[in-house]
Design a protein around this ligand. Structure first.
Ligand code: IPD
Length: 299
């Protein structure tokens, strides 16, 4: 009995100890971290949805007066309305109330350091020119970075009442519908959206690229809001989006939504998506579109 007790008990003690040290302990450490991140991301998503809806309602109600108090920014065609500023004030005010320790970066100048590792990236009206003219394609874009990575993205179009949302790893959603980008893989069959900057010289280059690409694709769309373009891609309503010269707040939320719907999002020649270029499409189309753009846009 004593022998039986000694040997098996040591063995039992040894096995679980090794096992705990090697695998289960790592797993146990990971679970709470993942769970913490999930809880944080859920909180950030709730906050982002609430912010986008409130700001969206503000700008929708203000649209009939959009032409009042218009100022220009980088060029005479790059406009900012009083409602862009009011929308950003609302977003920042709500964040100050709800999450005072978070950092903030906004298109209209909001910039605040934080202490929590969370940073909000805000576009209070993406598609300002559409907004000014009464075209319905404008949106509020709210993204939340955690430790420098966008984990949450919400894009709300107040005129269609469509709210697109994504949490990293949790898919992209439009209401109850999980979004999946199109499976189109042939460039010649692809409906591609793009956009143009406000600077005339840059537009000349963008127009040359678009003119060269147009005969090689199904057709081109220029809707006027990059955030919404990326959500249309997520919803399968266009097959691809590419654009040069975007600012981070234009694409921070939309790029996550597109990626969570299965799109590859990147830049040219292996670079990440950014101001130089953003290309987004299902994986196969991404490769052919990026190759076509690399031919047309010198390094
Ligand atoms: C613009 C829109 C547009 C894109 C421009 C952006 P804004 O953002 O996203 O679609 O083509 O490059 O600047 O100025 O309306 O916030």
């Amino acid at each position: 009995m004593a022998h039986q007790r000694d040997v098996p008990i040591r063995a039992q003690r040894d096995v679980p100890l090794r096992a705990q040290r090697d695998v289960p302990l790592r797993a146990q450490r990971d679970v709470p971290l993942r769970a913490q991140r999930d809880v944080l991301n859920d909180e950030l998503l709730d906050c982002a949805v609430s912010l986008a809806r409130q700001a969206g309602e503000l700008i929708r109600r203000g649209q009939p007066q959009a032409g009042r108090g218009v100022a220009v920014k980088s060029t005479p065609t790059d406009v900012v309305t009083e409602l862009d500023l009011a929308s950003e004030r609302l977003l920042v005010g709500e964040l100050t109330r709800r999450r005072p320790g978070d950092a903030v970066l906004g298109e209209e100048g909001a910039a605040r350091e934080g202490t929590t590792g969370v940073r909000w990236v805000l576009d209070p009206i993406d598609g300002t020119v559409n907004y000014l003219y009464g075209l319905p394609w404008y949106a509020v874009s709210v993204a939340a970075e955690v430790d420098g990575v966008v984990d949450v993205g919400v894009v709300f179009c107040p005129e269609t009442a469509e709210l697109f949302r994504a949490v990293r790893g949790g898919g992209a959603w439009l209401g109850p519908r999980r979004l999946q980008c199109s499976a189109e893989s042939t460039l010649g069959q692809a409906l591609v959206s793009t956009g143009f900057g406000y600077d005339a010289a840059r537009r000349r280059e963008q127009a040359a690229v678009a003119a060269a690409l147009l005969p090689r694709i199904r057709d081109l769309r220029r809707l006027g809001s990059a955030a919404l373009d990326l959500c249309q891609l997520a919803a399968g309503r266009v097959d691809a989006h590419y654009e040069r010269g975007l600012s981070y707040w234009d694409h921070a939320a939309g790029a996550l939504i597109a990626a969570e719907a299965g799109a590859t999002v990147g830049g040219l020649r292996g670079a990440p998506a950014g101001t130089d270029c953003l290309v987004a499409a299902g994986p196969a189309l991404f490769r052919t579109l990026r190759a076509a753009l690399e031919e047309l846009i010198p390094a």
